[in-house]
Design a protein around this ligand. Structure first.
Ligand code: AMP
Ligand code: MG
Length: 410
């Protein structure tokens, strides 16, 4: 019965509610190409040029007209010139002539075919070419990668190394990207100490602000670290107001359940709007979603693993949408479970696992040890979350499970 709470929202309903509520932030900035790495394109990108810009050779070899190729036997061709990448040959070879050509060089006039040099016998300035070659072979046509006027990238695409390269190949040195999302975050808890401070009895180091720093920074977000906020009504209210004045999104950890010192939900009710505050999942039942002034609000649980898992499942997809990124579904893979997993039905559970290839083209996964929601060491060892659906009542060794690879999350 511990696992059942009639007021909790199913996890997929909670995700749908968040996605239905939010819209990308307005605003863009224009950046030099390299600075745009990891950012989100603000508009579609059209090419003003063909890539490649001219028809050229895909091989080192000999260029000729396909019509001159022998239909059987071997035919001699006199080599009448050479075309280098960046130094074209302007001479059109006659029917019994060819032009030496290097990879990337412009095709000489009246040629459409390249014979690889490995397939040619060269004696003096005569190239002997066999039958069996095809007209048009080993040639890269102008515009075969991109044609002028074509939309090559859409708004909402994250700028990856390949995207930067594609933009450079189009001669585009500056791009418009969405402005960075601003996320303010703070930890709540009288027991929390910052790094460098000595720990007294009953005190712990604040680790949530470090995991949040990591998860937010990897998303390319402008972070506003507001430190630790004490468990008093006044301190929590002040922190909410300060955060809402400077950020698009507020993320807190701790103080969101129903203990005597939990002021997060109460404050959200008082000065903001509550969308929901409990989700049927483990780890992480208390999870407040709502808004404060113009900022979206996510109140994550205090337990370190619950804070991370709820961030990955709910907050990260929301931040990506708010950042203007095209929506995409989290990647789930199927793996054979090499550990027995305990679970009661009634809520979705995310257990920490390590997955690897089984050497036969499939994946296998084992759990990383104790699954308590405060046990960060088993999270640090994990490279995936094992997703156990609502109705699942445990997994036997050898059964198939769904996993969400953590490094694919972004
Ligand atoms: P709470 O949700 O505030 O009741 O916290 C639940 C548990 O998480 C308690 O054991 C807290 O000490 C712990 N906790 C809360 N915030 C943090 C934090 N920032 N870093 C590490 N542990 C935390
Ligand atoms: Mg607390």
């Amino acid at each position: 019965m511990d696992d059942y709470d009639p007021d909790s929202l199913p996890a997929d309903v909670a995700i749908a509610k968040i996605q239905a509520a939010i819209k990308p932030v307005i605003g863009f900035e224009t950046l030099a190409l390299r600075s745009a790495l990891g950012r989100i394109l603000y508009m579609d990108i059209e090419s003003s040029i063909n890539v490649p810009g001219y028809t050229n050779s895909a091989m080192d070899g000999y260029a000729l007209s396909g019509q001159a190729l022998p239909s059987d036997g071997e035919k001699p061709f006199r080599v009448v010139g050479a075309s280098w990448a960046g130094r074209p040959c302007l001479q059109a070879p006659a029917d019994n002539e060819c032009v030496r050509i290097m990879t990337g060089a412009v095709m000489p006039p009246c040629t459409d075919t390249v014979i690889m040099q490995e397939h040619v016998k060269l004696t003096g300035d005569t190239a002997f070419i066999n039958s069996g070659h095809k007209t048009g072979q080993n040639v890269r046509r102008a515009g075969e990668d991109v044609t002028a006027g074509q939309t090559v990238l859409h708004a909402g695409v994250r700028v990856t190394p390949a995207v930067i390269g594609l933009l450079a190949s189009l001669g585009i040195g500056e791009v418009k990207v969405r402005r960075k999302l601003r996320v303010a975050f703070f930890s709540t808890g009288d027991e929390l100490r910052s790094l460098g401070e000595p720990l007294e009895a009953g005190q712990i180091y604040d680790s949530n602000r470090y995991t949040l720093f990591g998860m937010l920074t990897r998303l390319g977000i402008e972070i506003i670290d507001m430190g630790v906020v004490r468990d008093t009504r006044e301190d929590v209210v002040r922190a909410f107001n300060d955060a809402a004045d400077c950020a698009d999104v507020i993320t807190t950890t701790g103080g969101v359940s129903v203990g005597e010192a939990d002021f997060v939900k109460e404050t959200l009710e008082k000065i903001g709007k509550v969308g929901f505050w409990k989700v049927a999942m483990k780890p992480g039942r208390p999870l407040a979603f709502g808004s404060v002034k113009n900022a979206w609000f996510f109140g994550l649980p205090g337990n370190p693993v619950s804070a991370m898992v709820t961030f990955y499942i709910f907050v990260q997809p929301a931040l990506r949408l708010l950042s203007g990124e095209q929506p995409s579904k989290a990647i789930q893979l199927t793996a054979t479970c090499r550990s027995a997993l305990h679970k009661s039905p009634g809520r979705v559970e995310y257990q920490r696992g390590v997955y690897q290839s089984d050497g036969r083209g499939f994946y296998e996964v084992r759990k990383t040890g104790a699954q308590g929601s405060g046990i960060l060491s088993s999270m640090a060892e994990a490279n995936c979350l094992i997703v156990l659906p609502l109705e699942c009542s445990g997994v036997k060794e050898g059964e198939t499970v769904s996993i969400m690879p953590l490094e694919c999350i972004i």
